[in-house]
Each structure stands twice: as structure tokens, then as C-alpha cells.
Design a protein around this ligand. Structure first.
Ligand SMILES: Nc1ncnc2c1ncn2[C@@H]1O[C@H](COP(=O)(O)OP(=O)(O)OP(=O)(O)O)[C@@H](O)[C@H]1O
Length: 235
């Protein structure tokens, strides 16, 4: 579904991605793990079209993406839930959700998807009129995911969804992600919580200093002593 081929991305003079190649298959969850500054967020932003490539290519469903602006990528089914969530704090939960569907014109389909999102993330239903800025961290993360789902993605890019959340909320978020994956949405999951991410995903890609250090079956990588020592706090 997604082919990232020898991608380079620079932030000014800093080479944040240096020849990264990976792919995401239809319906799978791919975890991206790696230390701070490895290039994980940069990779998601490049896929979403928020950062230009300085080399390589990204293909989605067989077509090159690199000339397409972010809003066209959203229309084609790619949705990003950014680190820090990017919510509109003074707008209500309902309005933030509606913004996720801004490019869609079939009101009945949007209403039915909204109902589905509220069933998946029931805490949001109780808080529809509350302003997003007054939600707890976990609820804000759920809102950010719900808003992305209203774009009806086929490929969901999640940047550190468990960041800053209490353990119980981390459980809730991971359960919601697993449910989204069961509904057939492909997911690229960037996570510091590598162990949890790897137990949810079939495959994992390890980034280090802007390059793919390892990639493969999540269960096998989890048992690899080098991965365990570097990213999982030992076995
Ligand atoms: N806007 C920017 N301007 C300059 N350098 C940047 C910018 N954004 C990222 N970088 C640099 O690019 C590299 C990759 O950053 P990136 O945020 O992609 O890493 P990451 O793996 O997501 O890290 P973290 O886990 O800390 O979020 C880092 O060296 C970072 O300092």
C-alpha cells in the first residue's frame, strides 16, 4: 500500500532521514521505533506531505505521492495524528471532530462515521460540547485520533499516541488502536513505548540516526537481544 524508497529529508543542514526504505501492506500495523531524534516524526510528516523530500520517492497504492500537497493526500486516505495532537483548544470536541471531515461532502456518511467514532471512543460522546483544551491528556489523544478517523483514512499515521499518558489511559489508547486496525485501517505507529507497539504490530522498523537499522517481524525483533538492550530496557 505504501512504498517508501530511499527517502532523504533535511531540516536545513540537518539530514533527518538518510535513504530510508520501508513498506506498509494493506491492513497491517507497522511500528516505527528508535531513540529521540532518530527521524520517526520526520518520516510521518514526509508521508503526510508536510515536509519535502530531498531524495527518494514515496508511492501510495501504486502512485507517486511526492508532488501532492497534504490536503490531497488526506483525500486519498492518508491521515496523520501529530505528536502534540494539533487540536483547536478553544473549539468544542464536536467541532474538532467535524474538522476532520472538512473535505468530505456526503453529510449522511460523515454522520454515520461520527457515530462509529463515538462508539469506538465513548469518552468523547460525553464531552461533545466541552472545549478541547479542557480535556485530559488521554481524552485529547482520543479526540485527535477520532478527528483523523473522520477523514476516513485507509492509512493512519500515529505519532507517539501514548506520550504523557497514565498507564490506564495508555491501555485504552492501545485498545482503540487495535480496534481501528481490526476495522481494516493500515497503521504506521511511531512509539517510544516500543514493547507495547511491537505487541500490537506485525512488523517493526527500527530507525537510528535517520537510517533503517533493522526491520522485520515484531515478535522476532522483540526477542533480539540487541533490540531489547537498546530499545526495550533489556529483556
Ligand atoms: N524543524 C526542525 N528544524 C531543525 N531540525 C529538526 C526539525 N525537526 C526535527 N529536526 C531534527 O531532525 C532530527 C530528527 O527529528 P525527529 O523529530 O524526526 O526525530 P524523532 O525520532 O521523532 O524524535 P523524538 O522521539 O524525540 O520525537 C533530529 O536531529 C531533530 O533535531
Amino acid at each position: 500500500m505504501l512504498d517508501v524508497d530511499a527517502v532523504h529529508v533535511h531540516h536545513g543542514a540537518i539530514a533527518a532521514l538518510r535513504g530510508v526504505s520501508l513498506n506498509v501492506r494493506e491492513g497491517e500495523v507497522l511500528s516505527i521505533i528508535g531513540s529521540n531524534g532518530a527521524g520517526k516524526s520526520t518520516l510521518l510528516k514526509a508521508i503526510a506531505g508536510l515536509l519535502p523530500l530531498s531524495g527518494g520517492s514515496i508511492r501510495y497504492c501504486g502512485e507517486a505521492l511526492h508532488d501532492q500537497p497534504p490536503h490531497l493526500r488526506v483525500r486519498r486516505g492518508i491521515a496523520l495524528v501529530p505528536e502534540g495532537r494539533g487540536l483547536f483548544a478553544s473549539l468544542s470536541v464536536a467541532d474538532n471532530l467535524r474538522l476532520g471531515a472538512y473535505s468530505r461532502h456526503n453529510a449522511a456518511a460523515v454522520a454515520s462515521d461520527l457515530e462509529q467514532v463515538l462508539s469506538l471512543l465513548p469518552r468523547l460522546r460525553e464531552r461533545l460540547t466541552q472545549s478541547a483544551g479542557t480535556l485530559s491528556g488521554g481524552e485529547q489523544q482520543m479526540l485527535a485520533i477520532g478527528r483523523a478517523l473522520l477523514a476516513r483514512p485507509r492509512l493512519l499515521l500515529l505519532d507517539e499516541p501514548s506520550m504523557g499518558l497514565a498507564p490506564r489511559l495508555v491501555d485504552d489508547i492501545f485498545a482503540s488502536i487495535a480496534e481501528i486496525a481490526r476495522n481494516g485501517v493500515s497503521i504506521v505507529l511511531v512509539e517510544q513505548n516500543a514493547r507495547r507497539a511491537m505487541s500490537l504490530s506485525m512488523r517493526t522498523c527500527v530507525l537510528a540516526s535517520g537510517e533503517v537499522a533493522m526491520q522485520g517481524d515484531s515478535a522476532q525483533l522483540r526477542d533480539d537481544p540487541a533490540v531489547a538492550a537498546a530499545y526495550l530496557g533489556g529483556l
